[in-house]
Unconditional design. Structure first.
Length: 66
């Protein structure tokens, strides 16, 4: 999701997340979301909506030992 810059800090993102959670529960699903680790605004919005951090994705390369 993205909230236009001039509409931020007005609760639109939080409202959207709450409505999405409601629809997930009504459908018999468990809500889940993910965001980039540097995306502080999204992370804070998801935590405010009672979603929990379940882990972090790490990327790397494995070198060949040949």
């Amino acid at each position: 999701m993205e909230v236009k810059e001039d509409c931020r800090q007005k609760g639109f993102g939080s409202f959207l997340i709450q409505e999405l959670k409601k629809q997930c529960y009504l459908a018999g699903r468990v809500p889940a979301a993910r965001t980039g680790i540097d995306n502080v605004a999204s992370r804070v919005t998801l935590i405010k909506a009672s979603l929990k951090i379940a882990g972090f994705m790490l990327l790397g390369k494995v070198k060949s030992q040949v």
